[in-house]
Design a protein around this ligand. Structure first.
Ligand code: NIG
Ligand code: FE
Length: 404
């Protein structure tokens, strides 16, 4: 969707999410979008300024555009056979130790060319966009060698041509590739690749997987030091399968977010609160791995840690392409309120990417928004397996057809 000079959208139920809590509802509300793609004015339709072009929303619901702040969208192959194995009682960790899991996707991704990776990632991205995603984070981490990590990140960048704002995250420290036996030697290699990837404009943030079957806090710290030398923000897959103290480490580096967090300790919660680190909740992975330990939602809430929500789309632990389903799962499985869930997929998802100019319908913000066939925003979380999106308005320009 292209930018329009002073376009007024009026007659909708706006869920602005203005401020730190509440839906911020404006019944019969209007949005004025300026020619720079910003919200110039938000308020009751009756008080709206005149505009060159007017669109009648006919009572439809308007929310901020959805921000999917944690995905592994670019990869080769698929792992549906592991789904069958897990149904037979084999754990995610057992599959990984036996050389499956992330490593099997690494083999398929290394074997795939850039065009093939792009085509499959575009198909997945289109599914996310069809449910209202306007900002999309994509991680590397299935190359685990410089050339393939770069290829993944280039493909991720190219997804922007679909008309979505893409943020790329370097996740070289995702797993130990078969050609390395010494984890520290691999970490040193990851740190050595980062400056060149960054110089090529491929990295917006740096992530790692801190876990007994991946990397230790000390090894993650080396990666975070390399990020710090380049002025890059960090994020962490933390306390997904066990408490490694990863969240506290990430907080020491001022991490934008810690993600998963089922095994997060009380001291980890406090460290995140003090650092202003966002908790990214990933109910798709919790559900698919049949995890029973819940992330400490009450403690996060009590400590004032902002909670974001994402699909974590990946071929293993969370093969979902439905951000709307994540709203429902966050409420049913994790006990979030529908408002917390929607904040998680909008304003707090944006914060988890270090973006503060989107995620709320207030003047000055980027005019990314969604128009839904719904009478109240809580319906978006209450329903599942149903997509009420009418239109997605995103300031990221779509490339003309045939030039993705
Ligand atoms: O976020 N936890 C580590 N990484 C991914 C899973 C990757 C995979 O299984 O391929 C996650 O769940
Ligand atoms: Fe992940």
């Amino acid at each position: 969707m292209r930018r329009e000079a002073m376009k007024l959208w009026r007659g909708g139920l706006l869920a602005t999410l203005a401020g730190d809590s509440g839906w911020g509802l404006i019944p019969d509300g209007a949005l004025l979008v300026d020619d720079a793609g910003r919200l110039a004015w938000v308020g009751p339709s009756a008080e709206a300024p005149a505009a060159a072009e007017v669109v009648e929303l006919q009572g439809a619901l308007v929310t901020p555009g959805l921000v999917d702040c944690h995905t592994h969208l670019v990869y080769g192959g698929n792992r549906a056979h592991e789904f069958e194995q897990r149904l037979q009682g084999v754990s995610y960790a057992d599959i990984a130790r036996a050389g499956g899991g992330i490593k099997s996707t690494v083999a398929a991704t290394r074997a795939a060319g850039e065009a093939e990776l792009l085509a499959s990632a575009q198909r997945r991205a289109r599914a996310l966009l069809a449910e209202g995603v306007t900002t999309l984070e994509v991680k590397s981490g299935y190359g685990l060698e410089a050339a393939t990590e770069a290829r993944m990140l280039r493909v991720a960048r190219q997804l922007g041509a679909l008309g979505v704002d893409v943020r790329t995250t370097f996740l070289g420290a995702h797993a130990l590739p078969a050609e390395f036996t010494d984890a520290q030697a691999y970490i040193d290699a990851v740190c050595a690749w980062l400056p060149e990837l960054h110089a090529a404009g491929l990295v917006d943030a740096v992530d790692a997987f801190c876990e007994h079957l991946a990397f230790s806090p000390a090894q993650v710290a080396c990666v975070f030091e390399a990020a710090r030398r380049l002025g890059l923000p960090v994020k962490l897959h933390a306390e997904q399968l066990s408490d490694q103290g990863g969240a506290a480490l990430a907080a020491r580096y001022g991490a934008l977010s810690c993600d998963h967090l089922e095994y997060l300790s009380p001291s980890g919660v406090q460290a995140m609160a003090a650092a202003g680190t966002v908790a990214v909740l990933l109910p798709g992975a919790f559900y698919a791995l049949r995890e029973t330990k819940l992330p400490p939602i009450d403690a996060l809430r009590a400590a004032g840690v902002p909670m974001a929500l994402a699909t974590d789309h990946n071929p293993g632990s969370s093969p979902t392409l439905s951000p709307l389903l994540m709203l429902n799962m966050a409420c049913v499985l994790f006990g979030l309120t529908p408002e917390e869930a929607l904040r998680g997929l909008t304003v707090n998802g944006a914060r988890a990417l270090g973006l503060h100019e989107r995620g709320q319908l207030v003047a000055g913000q980027r005019a990314d928004f969604c128009i839904w066939a719904a009478g109240h925003p809580r319906e978006l979380a209450a329903c599942f397996g149903h997509n009420p999106l009418i239109e997605r308005v995103c300031q990221a320009e779509q490339a003309p057809q045939g030039e993705p």
